[in-house]
Design a protein around this ligand. Sequence first.
Ligand code: NI
Length: 391
Amino acid sequence: MELAAIMNESESIKDWIIDIRRELHRFPELMYEEHRTNALVREKLDELGIEYEFPIAETGVLASIGNGEGPCIALRADMDALPIHETADVDFKSEVDGKMHACGHDCHTAMLLGAAKILSGKEIQGTVKFLFQPAEEGGAGGQKMTNEGALDDPEVERIFGLHVWPRMPTGQVGSRAGSFLAAASFMDIEVRGVGGHAASPHFCTDPVLASSRIIDSLQSIVSRETDPLESAVVSVTAVNGGDAHNVIPESVAIKGTVRSLTMEGLRRLQTRVSEICELVGQANGCEVDVAFPGNDYPPTYNDPGTWDFAKGVAETLIGAENVNELPPVMGGEDFAFYTQKTNGCFVVLGVNNPDKGCVHNVHTPQFKVDEDALPLGAALHVSFALESLNE
Ligand code: NI
């Protein structure tokens, strides 16, 4: 099938894709609570006559089509929303207080359904799997999907994922070979001293001062210990302790994140955070506990051959001038769990359009997507799958 024909077909179901996206947008659900979302996904798959496995990874859906006589290609979308109260000016605003599709996973799900709709009418020599995964935002849904066999039987040879990208104009895509997104970990630091009257600091051990010294010292991990040509992040994002003018608190809680483009780099940052917290705490008479809670995300690594392939497909679809080689980004993404197991490529899709006010970044309450980009996303999924099977 000609790639231009796929693009036309995708444009012809644009309203169908947008309707699904808006429905999902109005009813966002957080990680592992995507019940209404997976019900909608299953309803659409039923309408299309596509078979699926449910549940997988608690609230995920794994669909597949094809005759099985050939390679197996996987296409992935994430489905979860964020605990953000929406302020974007759209008339399909979130109807759930404090929850919002602020990372565009509603678009990802709708585009993948669009791809399923287009592919459902075709002869597939091989297998195409559709991974509708839960819990990308910190819940490692991708890891759970992988552990529960989403990439096995038949074994996936290549996987593709798309993410809407508010820093790139509608009509363009981009990615890179190698590490594209960072390995990421959260950190929790508890600094315990001896509280008391602020007028008698000599009877106390002040965890506030110790915390400030810890935060200050952590900054030297990147500035003094990391190769300037290597990428690393140590960010302290929350400090909570005490609530009176005249009381030295018992303890202070610090939160933050560490990131690197390699797993070894991430481990090094974690080790140094632990060492510095312990020793600076000791020097200030405080006890310090450090934890890296939740799931460490590996770096999202694009197999160079798969990006080369995806780039070629995208160039044919939209012209080389609209396909960008991008620098790495220090955000994390659990697509990484798939590319640890098989070759894959994570591609970003431009949704920036100042004329429509689509300029705000993901994870902000004002985040707004230019929906004109969605047919291109569905067409890319379809093209990645069909061209891979043709290779
Ligand atoms: Ni996201």
